[in-house]
Design a protein around this ligand. Structure first.
Ligand SMILES: [Fe+2]
Ligand SMILES: [Fe+2]
Length: 163
């Protein structure tokens, strides 16, 4: 669980770095993204700490998520601000479901980890809603774009659990 979660939070920081590299500085979209990026960094730091505490190695796919995350963020931001928001909405929809499933699997085991996942899940849901409110659905080819990004997230989650 820690391995896949750390991979996801790492990917999230890279997506936002890619978007911020493209979005106009101080534009409304850039401000939204910068705030969310700060929260992803806090999520990542927490999972990094738990991983070293508990002796969990990171996914071997980290270099892939480093490049793919940034590319996804930059590509969507190049399309439009709305496409950048559609990216966040799609990613956070999958992360919400992923964290919900983990919480169900954990049950009463490991309340320390469960508390973190619960808190981060609330942040991700908020990110999803912020992106929705900022016009994600006005992105070009919104249904296709969203479906592709969500499929990519599911693939990334599946791979990061295994490798
Ligand atoms: Fe996060
Ligand atoms: Fe998030």
């Amino acid at each position: 669980m820690l391995r896949v979660n750390q991979a996801g939070e790492y990917g999230a920081t890279r997506i936002y770095e890619g978007q911020l590299a493209v979005l106009r500085r101080n534009s409304p979209a850039a401000k939204l993204v910068a705030r969310m990026a700060g929260q992803e960094k806090a999520h990542l730091d927490r999972f990094d700490a738990l991983m070293s505490e508990r002796g969990v190695r990171p996914t071997l796919l980290q270099p892939v998520w480093h490049a793919a995350g940034f590319a996804l963020g930059a590509a969507t931001a190049l399309m439009s601000e709305e496409a950048a928001m559609a990216c966040t909405e799609a990613v956070e929809t999958e992360i919400d479901r992923h964290y919900a499933r983990q919480l169900a699997d954990l049950g009463g085991n490991d309340p320390e980890l469960a508390a973190d996942i619960e808190a981060f899940r609330a942040d991700e849901i908020e990110h999803r809603d912020v992106a929705r409110d900022a016009g994600a659905a006005r992105a070009p080819a919104y249904p296709l774009l969203t479906a592709a990004i969500r499929a990519g997230c599911r693939l990334a989650i599946g791979l990061s659990k295994r490798i």
